[in-house]
Write a protein that binds this ligand. Structure first.
Ligand code: GTP
Ligand code: MG
Length: 711
């Protein structure tokens, strides 16, 4: 089948989004089938859908990556991007939302708004993208249209606009009342094209009322339509379309459709609505830019593309998918990457169709395409024609929830592992790589166990490395709780010249805004921001020249050296004020090294007398779970020394805010997943360091001692 060419007004990019298992991939397949693109519908379970085409997806029987297809429906090209719904794979869905003209948000009719739905909505909302709600699985035995609709209203507010409602939910589902067309669709057992019937009398009253609401919704944003409506008491179909489109663009209208993707009921009508009403890129506001002016979608403008997916390591080389944001793109064109400054040549152009690539020689603004072998370009970047200045809004990815150390089992493979991880991160920027100097650990942050599993699968299959995973060490800190004083004399006589330095100092717990010390004369103050966090404040209070100024940096150096490993567990120390107030020099033997050692030793002695305290990192945590699982989740949190700050939530989902020590959160996402069968999620970020409770400090100090002195 050769493809017609479409101008920018006749291309619509629809991104399918929704919680895990709501039926996005099945719906995509159904839409392709209805549009005549495929002769028979594959099933996710059989591993033969166009969308779930990777080996991993066939193995797991759910989507693990976003995948692009298109249909041609009447006069429009509809690009469909199917995304994974697992909340841990949100990093795949987020870039797709950025290039969407419409977000087709699918709800499972038996589950309503899920935690996964909320997480996706939070990504869509700040971008202001138009949304269509598809209530799917209406044939499911537990389907409840009204409850799902009520959920949707709680989540999305008054914008939720009923376009259709089912006459029955569950096994017997086969009739839909359409409030725009004011007709009833009756499906046969195999779905497909429904028979149109008049609305039965029993439904007339309700249908009329909802139709009226719909017309008012369409008229509300446009005075001219409002006038027509008052004059005629009705709007024609074109007026309705224009009004609803305006509402979708303003976010005041979120149309609701009824579906059973599995039984092929309702998708034709949905595609008709996408054709007639859903906006194209030209209708959307100009794309927001971080550099340069907002960029309107205009085929006559300068060529600019935005990358939303990168797949390295395929047989053909690296694959980059992008949306043409402006202008027209032809093969051989050279573009500049606005982030890296690198020039990339678009050697090949194609349209992605699941795993297939259909070669084309040009692509117009508003369309989606792909190219190969862009070496210096990752996901979420802008490429523009030479001479144009524009860098579009970049993508913010959700922060990691699971941290694991990763090591190659064999030293020779270490380099390959590292290179692979870097490439994988270009593919999936929701992976965070961090080398922790303090512990020498390579730490990989992911959104959870499943996400990590996907990473591991790729490492093994694509890069042939099998790393070892472990728990990263908790980064404890040490500080002091009371002032202490010490002096140290370093003296050494070896052969000719000797070493001599004597330092008297006081140390105190430091906190911001503390008053200057009394009883001393402060000559200079040095505030050191420690690379491991916190401060060291160093006061030179020498009087009478007992130590030369030139030795002060050596003393500070000695103190800093000891700050790197405190007396309790060898962890870095923080938030200490050091007052050097006296000492002694020797006219010949005093030198830098003597004072460095004297400073270090005096500080070390003072530290142990100053009631040393172990500090631990505290994370700010938000846990979201369906109401019925609250009890279990709270009980579990209580075993983790959590301080609960509050519980909120209006609908079926509750959100718990808490402060929890990082030491208690190792693998928390995995635990939460099993505790809630994947229906709960959490987010965490570093808050501050706090004192470790006394009993725990004793334990940690003991186990450190045992580690230090091998039996
Ligand atoms: N009864 C019923 N089952 C459906 C329907 N749509 C999908 N399913 C089934 O629900 C399961 C999940 O469907 P998918 O299409 O893989 O769901 P998804 O939203 O793509 O899932 P993720 O890719 O994990 O986000 C499969 O077993 C489908 O056969 C439907 O309309 N009715
Ligand atoms: Mg899927």
């Amino acid at each position: 089948m050769t493809m017609k060419s479409y101008d920018e007004k006749h291309i619509k990019n629809v991104v399918l989004l929704g919680a895990h298992g709501c039926g996005k991939t099945t719906l995509t397949e159904t839409m392709l089938f209805e549009a005549g693109l495929i002769a028979r519908r594959g099933r996710v379970e059989d591993g033969n859908t166009v969308s779930d085409h990777t080996d991993l997806e066939r193995e797991r029987q759910y989507s693990t990556q976003s995948s692009c297809m298109h249909t041609e429906w009447r006069n429009f090209k509809i690009n469909l991007i199917d995304t994974p719904g697992l909340d841990e794979l949100l990093g795949e869905a987020v870039p797709a939302i950025h290039i969407a003209d419409t977000c087709l948000l699918v709800l499972h009719a038996a589950r309503g708004v899920e935690v996964g739905t909320e997480l996706i909505h939070e990504q869509i909302a700040p971008l202001g993208k138009p949304v269509i709600l598809a209530i799917n699985q209406l044939d499911h035995p537990g389907a409840d249209f009204q409850a799902t609709l009520a959920d949707a209203r709680r989540q999305f507010g008054a914008a939720v606009t009923v376009m259709q409602y089912p006459l029955e939910s569950g096994e017997g589902f086969h009739r839909i009342i359409d409030l725009l067309r004011m007709t009833m669709y009756v499906f046969g057992p195999d779905g497909g094209k429904p028979e149109k019937q008049p609305i039965p009398d029993s439904e007339r009253e309700q249908a009329d009322r909802l139709h009226k609401e719909l017309v008012e919704k369409a008229a509300e944003n446009d005075e001219r339509l409002m006038e027509h409506y008052f004059e005629k008491g009705e709007l024609d179909e074109d007026e309705m379309s224009a009004g609803l489109r305006a509402g979708m663009l303003l976010g005041s209208c979120i149309p609701v459709f009824c579906l059973s993707a599995a039984r092929n009921m309702g998708s034709g009508r949905l595609m008709g609505f996408i054709d007639n009403v859903a906006p194209s890129s030209v209708d959307l506001p100009a794309a927001a830019a971080e550099e340069g002016n907002p960029l309107p979608c205009n085929a006559g403008g300068p060529p600019v593309i935005f990358t939303f997916k990168t797949t390295p390591g395929t047989q053909a080389g690296r694959v980059t998918l992008f949306k043409v944001m402006s202008g027209e793109l032809t093969e051989g064109q050279e573009l500049v990457n606005a982030s890296t400054g690198a020039t990339e040549r678009i050697a090949r152009l194609f349209i992605p169709e699941g795993k297939e690539q259909k070669a084309v020689d040009r692509l117009v603004a508003g369309d989606i395409g792909g190219t190969l072998k862009l070496k210096n370009t990752g996901t979420g970047q802008t490429l523009h024609a030479k001479g144009t200045v524009v860098r579009l809004r970049s993508i913010t990815f959700p922060p990691p929830r699971l941290h694991r150390t990763m090591r190659a089992t064999d030293n020779k493979l270490e380099e390959r592992l590292h290179a692979s991880l870097v490439e994988l991160q270009e593919e999936d920027p929701s992976i965070v790589l961090r080398y922790v100097r303090e512990t020498g650990e390579q730490v990989v942050g992911t959104l959870g166990e499943v996400h990590l599993g996907v990473l591991q699968w790729k490492l093994e299959r694509r890069y042939k490395v099998q790393p070892e995973f472990g728990s990263p060490r908790v980064l404890y800190r040490e500080t002091i709780r009371k002032p202490a004083a010490a002096m140290y004399r370093h003296k050494k006589q070896t052969g000719g010249s000797g070493q001599f330095g004597e330092v008297h100092l006081r140390i105190e717990p430091w906190h911001a805004g503390m008053p200057a010390p009394t009883g001393v004369n402060v000559r200079s103050t040095e505030e050191v921001e420690l690379s491991t966090g916190g401060k060291l404040v160093f006061l030179n209070c020498i009087t009478g020249g007992t130590i030369d100024n030139r030795f002060m940096p050596s003393i500070l150096k000695g103190v800093m050296e000891k700050m790197e490993n405190g007396p309790l567990t060898g962890s870095p120390a923080r938030d200490i004020r050091v007052i050097v107030h006296d000492g002694k020099m020797h006219p010949v033997d005093s030198n830098d090294i003597s004072f460095r050692i004297a400073g270090l030793m005096a500080f070390k002695d003072a530290f142990v007398q100053a009631d040393p305290q172990l500090m631990e990192p505290i994370q700010e945590v938000e846990v979201r779970v369906p109401e019925d699982l609250m009890g279990d989740v709270m009980t579990d949190l209580q075993t983790r020394r959590a301080v609960i700050l509050g519980i909120e939530g209006a609908g079926r989902i509750q959100s718990i805010r808490a402060q929890v020590p990082a030491a208690e959160l190792d693998s928390y996402s995995t635990r939460l997943r099993s505790l809630t069968q994947g229906r709960g999620t959490h987010a965490e970020r570093f808050l501050e360091y706090r004192a470790v409770p006394p009993e725990l400090q004793v334990k940690l100090v003991q186990s450190h001692k045992q580690e230090e002195v091998p039996a």
